[in-house]
Design a protein around this ligand. Sequence first.
Ligand code: ADP
Length: 241
Amino acid sequence: MINLECLKVRYDRNSPVLTIDSLRINRHERVAIIGPSGAGKSTLLRSIKGYVRPDEGKVEVLGVNLRSAKRHEWRRVNRKIGLIYQQFHLVPRLTVLRNVLCGRLGYANPLRSLLGIFSDEDVNIALSAIREVGLEDILHQRADTLSGGEQQRVAVARMLAQQPSIILADEPVSSLDPVRAENILELITRVHAHHDTALIMSLHQPELAKQFAQRIIGLRNGRVIFDGACDELDNSKLQEI
Ligand code: ADP
């Protein structure tokens, strides 16, 4: 599903901020990327999404090498990768349904999506995503009238409407209080369990990674220094990250 080989990513002429010899992530895996600030967690997720182009190596995602992909191949892969950030990026004046339909834009033909016209199939997919996060009673409510927790669920439903094969969550809970952080991670991992996807989340807090992931990848200075099951990450290994 994801296969990185001999990867080097630089943002400028300086030394690489990410150097990965070999990393594979398979379907159904639930992976947490941990590491201190600046370790390269976001850069790794952005490389998988195709938002940064590595200088060297292979980034194969869903069978396509993103370094040499043609535009239509890149688009096909890109729409199968759902992203969750801590900021929800909803359109405030649009309803819950309209916001979730935005997740279908990658599938609609350009003219229809420009006019905001969606097919019955798109609407049904959006409705099913909304039901899955439990927001069916406030379908027509504007996003800017919702609580923070409800907005987060809209963002998850919009990501689900993309029918992703890979879910990337970039620091989804870094500045939240522990209860809200756990609620959101519970929602994300529940959604992952019900769909045929891989989940990769970057997390600051190792204890949340241990609680919600199956596999942990520890980064330091842009290199993988731990890759294993949660129970293999003992305190001495944790201190190295
Ligand atoms: P993390 O997500 O672990 O905090 P990042 O992937 O954001 O780490 O950053 C890794 C390194 O790349 C850091 O040294 C950071 O300063 C640098 N970096 C990140 N984004 C950019 C950018 N757009 N331009 C230049 N350097 C960047």
